[in-house]
Design a protein around this ligand. Structure first.
Ligand code: FAD
Length: 454
């Protein structure tokens, strides 16, 4: 039986991040994924904190910059009571102004492969085509993983920590205990596909995500190249019958009912090359968990939680939680902090970041108001005294004020700023104050917690 310090199940952004950042500390790390990369995944619109923070920590930022992904300066919404589309730019945020005021729209097959290769370069052993079947438990501790290798043979591997980064569809998350709780507010269903030749917004917004609300829900319109566009309908639960029957007919009819999207697609045709040649459906994707870790095991990314795609927060939450988990594992394995203290910090920071997006989404789905109200609500939520459009950009960009007197959410978002600074400056980013009274702060390289009196 093979023995490791860390076993990571899943090679998406969450899994690659935690595997890379624990392997970089010299630990023996095994990452298994049931698929062979490149593999398809939805979640193509990213946030600046992922690109400039996480990708830099993983040593892949330059590769991402060279990959030719579409540059995303912000988002354009036809949403609420405004008759005309309105736009927010990451550059409106003082915190992201300059070299970190953009993200990318990515083909996830290519983006995820860059991160997985980055994890391997940092020292993780990556085995593709290996499916985790369950965990091994000794007493109250998870001590390893049972998996089927690429020949179908069942094998066991032990580790001090098992990370479940296996996304929304696997059942491994049950082994930490507790339950998955589906949000009563976001019971939407998504039907999505790809077009060639769709219209582009004029510069400088051509790379923005466009979100357009209509009677039965809303559409995303994400430019993935000069010609390829990801187009998804997010349909309210009350309108779910519209997606019954032939999906192609349903998709075409939903597009017809959303005039701006129909206009953008007037001269376009459905993509014909795999993996973009077919429609896909996702439902039951907005959920949280009562328990996020137990002795020897932790959940990151969609294995733990996800909330509605309108603010493109999925990959950010996956990679951010993976960073927090890696810090906790590295600190514990180095004997510098107790497991429970480190993972309490992991859980507190992760839950706050998740709640921030969830709480703002609740107000954003109230469509009887306009952009000024959304901006003001963002400002209230992050306890900002600055310009309201800047607060909105800070919030949906995953970063905000470093002024720690501004209240709880200012603290939460400050971690996003630190992520970007750490990515850009490495150890020179300086110390940050604890997010919670008596809480832990990251070390200068961002890869561990600094535990007082340890
Ligand atoms: P994943 O990317 O799902 O990776 C999990 C990996 O685990 C996979 O490679 C899988 O093969 C592997 N795996 C699963 N089971 C096993 C097993 N038993 N053994 C071994 N390996 C296994 N996010 C954004 O940031 N921007 C967006 O625009 C966006 N749009 C979205 C639209 C919709 C409709 C939905 C539903 C989600 C969207 N998301 C978006 C969310 C995004 O898809 C996820 O949050 C993100 O992919 C989570 O990353 P992850 O690493 O946790 O999991």
């Amino acid at each position: 039986m093979d023995d490791y310090d860390v076993i990571v199940v899943g090679g998406g952004p969450g899994g690659s991040t935690v595997a890379g950042l624990t392997a970089a500390e010299g630990h023996r790390v095994l990452l298994v994924d049931k698929d062979v990369f490149p593999r398809y995944q939805i979640g193509e619109s990213l946030l600046p904190a992922t690109i400039h923070g996480i990708c830099a920590l993983l040593g892949v930022r330059e590769e991402i910059e060279r990959a030719g992904f579409v540059r995303k300066g912000g988002g354009t919404f036809k949403w609420g009571t405004s008759a005309e589309p309105w736009t927010f730019s990451f550059a409106a945020s003082e915190r992201m102004a300059g070299p970190t005021s953009y993200a990318y729209q990515v083909e996830r097959s290519r983006f995820d492969l860059v991160l997985l290769d980055g994890a391997r370069r940092l020292g993780a052993e990556v085995r593709q085509g290996h499916r985790a079947l369950g965990t091994i438990r000794e007493g109250d501790r998870i001590t390893g993983v049972r998996y089927a290798d690429d020949t179908g043979r069942e094998r066991l591997a032990t580790a001090r920590f098992v990370v479940d980064a296996s996304g929304h569809g696997s059942r491994l998350h049950h082994d930490v205990g507790g339950a998955r709780e589906y949000s009563p507010h976001f019971r939407n269903l998504a039907l999505f596909g790809y077009f060639e030749g769709g219209h582009r917004m004029p510069a400088p917004h051509a790379g923005n995500i466009l979100c357009v609300s209509f009677a039965d829900g809303w559409f995303w319109y994400i430019p993935l190249s000069d010609t390829l566009t990801s187009v998804g309908a997010v349909v309210k639960q009350e309108s779910a019958t519209r997606v019954q029957g032939d999906p192609d007919v349903a998709y075409a009819s939903l597009i017809d009912d959303c005039p701006l999207i129909a206009e953008f697609l007037r001269d376009a045709h459905r993509a014909t090359e795999p993996p973009y040649d077919r429609l896909r459906v996702r439902k039951d994707y907005s959920y949280d968990r009562t328990v996020l870790w137990c002795p020897g095991m932790v959940l990151v990314g969609d294995a733990a939680c996800f909330i509605d795609p309108v603010f493109s927060s999925g990959v950010h939450l996956a990679t951010y939680s993976a960073l927090l988990a890696a810090r906790s594992i590295n600190t514990t394995l180095a004997g510098l902090g107790e497991e429970s203290r480190c993972f309490t910090e992991f859980e507190a920071r992760y839950r706050r970041e998740f709640s921030l997006f969830r709480d703002f989404l609740l107000t954003f789905y109230e469509l009887d108001t306009g952009e000024d109200d959304y901006f003001r609500q963002a400002r209230r939520l992050i306890s900002s005294h600055g310009a309201a459009d800047e607060a909105f950009a800070d919030l949906v960009g995953g970063v905000s004020s470093q002024d720690f007197s501004r209240g709880m959410f200012g603290n939460v978002l400050a971690e996003g700023v630190q992520l970007q600074l750490r990515g850009l400056l490495g150890g020179a980013a300086g110390d940050e104050p604890p997010m919670f009274p008596g809480g832990l702060v990251p070390t200068a390289d961002g890869r561990r917690w600094r535990v007082p009196d340890a």
